[in-house]
Design a protein. Structure first.
Length: 82
């Protein structure tokens, strides 16, 4: 899943290999949405009590990344993402 890699390391390059040859290089970027990867820090968020995948909008501020929960609209900072 390129979104996970792009979230963890934006700017990484992934090589696509077929028949032992590099056929494509993809430069990854921070995805606009993160689904089912991180946990919302709000203990009252529905995603912490129901079998619902988390859904966040990424907020980039320089080198810091925060996530805006689509359900409770709380912001989870980079220290509490995982």
């Amino acid at each position: 899943n390129f979104d996970v890699i792009g979230f963890v390391d934006p700017g990484a390059t992934v090589n696509i290999i077929r028949d032992f040859k590099v056929v494509e290089k993809k430069k990854l970027v921070m995805p606009a949405e993160i689904i089912g990867i991180a946990k919302c820090k709000n203990p009252k968020c529905v995603t912490n009590h129901q079998p619902i995948k988390t859904k966040f909008t990424t907020i980039e501020n320089g080198n810091e990344v925060s996530l805006l929960c689509s359900y409770c609209e709380k912001i989870t900072d980079s220290k509490h993402i995982f």
